[in-house]
Design a protein. Structure first.
Length: 305
């Protein structure tokens, strides 16, 4: 399916260096925006809500014979006839890989959108980096950084993105192993079988993935009529429609089918699939993905919208 190039000039692979410089110029402002998004939706980030090694109190529970006496909370036990153990939250660091699609199609921004798809994708990635870094998790970017465990992890990741060499194609995900999460942000407009082939290595390695499809509202609604020229930003190929409105029904059906097929495949694997429109708030996707990551023994949400 050809991508629409209404507001973004066609960008061929040979222009990757120019695009990398443009992206680098965006990163500082996008990091500021990402922190603003995080601060509007997060009032606190709690632990894993699993018993383990840590400093934060989780719960009292009855003492079980054979446990170390040092774990008994004698003050709580003195209140009644039972002996209680004080459990702490699990605080072992977890690695979450983050990636935003750098392909030319992400430059698209229609007149109905507030930002380009590229800007929204980077804000979401940097917001997640900020969120995870605050909680002590390790973050990384495939083929760009090793896992970083630092309170300023988002800033360090932003620096790496700004100085990264031009990205061509998708990164190799084969080095990502089980017990990691990965968040992939892009428009996912490639044929679904190609996307599945790329992501299948994650499924085989037992990695839990979260896909965020960034969509411009015009890509979904196809508001075009009359003689219209469409340009594929990946190849520069053009298509001129004499009456664009005649393509609308078929286009919308194919567009929706692609999303549904990819989303269904993710759900079968226990992955999450979220759509964020560029005329909507980035915080909406951040909350949904954060909640998906807390499910089934992941993180414990401290999110309030």
């Amino acid at each position: 399916m050809a991508r629409i190039g209404e507001a973004a000039a066609p960008v061929a692979a040979r222009d990757a260096l120019v695009r990398a410089r443009q992206r680098a110029a965006l990163v500082p402002d996008l990091l500021v925006e990402a922190r603003r998004v995080v601060n509007t939706v997060i009032s606190g980030w709690h632990g894993r809500r699993r018993r383990g090694i840590g400093e934060n109190f989780w719960q009292f529970r009855p003492y079980v014979e054979g446990e170390a006496l040092a774990r008994i909370d004698w003050r709580r036990s003195a209140r009644d006839d039972h002996t209680y153990v004080r459990d702490l939250e699990w605080e072992a660091a977890h690695t979450v890989w983050l990636w935003a699609d750098p392909s030319p199609s992400m430059l698209y921004k229609s007149t109905t959108a507030t930002v380009s798809k590229e800007s929204r994708a980077l804000v979401l990635v940097l917001a997640l980096a900020e969120l995870l870094s605050r909680s002590g998790e390790r973050i990384a970017w495939p083929a760009l950084t090793d896992p970083i465990a630092s309170r300023n992890g988002a800033e360090r990741l932003a620096t790496q993105i700004a100085h990264a060499p031009p990205a061509v194609g998708r990164p190799d995900l084969s080095a990502i192993r089980r017990f990691s999460d990965i968040v992939l942000v892009g428009d996912f407009l490639d044929p679904v079988d190609e996307t599945i082939e790329w992501l299948d290595v994650l499924a085989r390695h037992g990695v839990r993935a979260h896909l965020i499809e960034v969509a411009d509202p015009a890509e979904e609604s196809f508001p075009y009529a009359g003689r219209t020229e469409f340009t594929d930003p990946e190849t520069g190929e053009k298509l001129t429609a004499g009456r664009a409105e005649q393509l609308a029904d078929d286009y919308r059906r194919l567009y929706a089918a692609r999303r549904e097929e990819l989303g269904a495949w993710c759900r079968r694997l226990g992955w999450s699939f979220t759509t964020n429109h560029t005329d909507r708030l980035a915080s909406e996707a951040l909350v949904r993905v954060h909640m998906a990551m807390t499910a089934e023994g992941g993180y414990a949400a401290g999110v309030r919208v």
